[in-house]
Design a protein around this ligand. Structure first.
Ligand SMILES: NC(=O)c1ccc[n+]([C@@H]2O[C@H](COP(=O)([O-])OP(=O)(O)OC[C@H]3O[C@@H](n4cnc5c(N)ncnc54)[C@H](OP(=O)(O)O)[C@@H]3O)[C@@H](O)[C@H]2O)c1
Length: 274
């Protein structure tokens, strides 16, 4: 089965990818290989996950032609000064054993380093052929506007926490108006989506689980989703979301699950921009 794509500022990004945070060693290699076998065509990793070697090994174990898989990695906020960003990117590529990634992201903003410097270095990575596309992660509405203004190359995504328990409408609108896609991380709210009663009830109507309903909701909102699983059955379940459609009434009901304390990824250690 071919997955749908999301188009954004010249990039064509598979609508579902495998998230790999916390997938380690042989589990990571096996899950990447198994995901590709199931039809996933995007893998999301990061310098910080410490598994780029294993992601690369999984890609080679399956033997997929390079042009048919979309690989994203991210630069950690400690490495956003231009020289550091270049070094970190080249190290990521060496670990992945790739000559370029499809998407290179700033993992988190770092207010101690001028954004203009970081964006300049990110653009250079694209121009010099180390990244086909560039983007950001954990950027707020104001930061997106600033980054877009500073960038001489198109930014193609903002990767943010998004699942039915969090309202990201403002960031999503900011991305849309500048042509960026939104990539939803922790789309299963680290498993909490699976036990939600509303999602479960809607799922029964469609012969789907609460998790599949939650992921489908994000897809119908135009997101790219990157669920993680360390089990082949989890990978398969998360991929089986393209053969049913939620009604407008169901979409509205799911949107009502969002609440102010719905965020699960801790921002307390994140740099304060205000
Ligand atoms: N840019 C950023 O700052 C950032 C931050 C966080 C995450 N991310 C990215 O987003 C990816 C996904 O987010 P996440 O890893 O935080 O969490 P997630 O994908 O929302 O949830 C993963 C959890 O859900 C469980 N799960 C997955 N599929 C399941 C299924 N079909 N049935 C039952 N349980 C299931 C997994 O357990 P099992 O392993 O047992 O299936 C795991 O405990 C990450 O891996 C990473 O690539 C990016």
């Amino acid at each position: 089965m071919t997955t749908p794509f999301v188009e954004a500022n010249g990039a064509r990004i598979p609508a579902i990818g495998l998230g790999t945070w916390d997938l380690r060693e042989r589990t990571c290699v096996r899950m990447v290989e198994q995901a590709l076998r199931l039809g996933y065509r995007m893998i999301d990793t990061a310098e910080m996950y410490g598994n780029e070697r294993e992601v690369g090994e999984g890609l080679r174990a399956f033997g997929i032609p390079r042009a048919r898989v979309f690989v994203t990695t991210k630069v950690w906020p400690d490495h956003l000064a231009p020289r550091e960003l270049e070094r970190a990117t080249k190290e990521s590529l060496a670990k992945l054993k790739l000559s370029e990634v499809d998407l290179l992201l700033i993992h988190w903003p770092n207010p101690r380093i001028p954004l203009a410097d970081t964006i300049g270095a990110l653009c250079r990575m694209k121009r010099e052929g180390f990244a086909r596309h560039i983007g950001v992660s954990n950027f707020t509405v104001d930061l997106i506007a600033e980054a877009v203004k500073l960038s001489t190359e198109p930014l193609v995504t903002d990767q943010i926490e998004w699942h039915p328990f969090i309202d990201q409408t403002k960031v999503v609108e900011a991305c849309r108006s500048s042509g960026l896609s939104v990539t939803a991380y922790s789309p299963l709210a680290r498993g909490r989506v699976l036990s939600d009663e509303t999602l479960r009830r809607i799922g029964v109507r469609h012969g789907k689980t609460a998790g599949q309903v939650g992921l489908r909701y994000l897809i119908q909102r135009g997101a790219i989703v990157i669920p993680r699983s360390s089990r082949p059955e989890g990978l398969a379940a998360n991929f089986a979301i393209f053969d049913f459609e939620l009604t407008p009434a169901e979409m509205t009901e799911i949107a009502r699950l969002a609440h102010p304390r719905g965020r699960i990824v801790d921002w307390s250690g994140a740099p304060d921009w205000d």
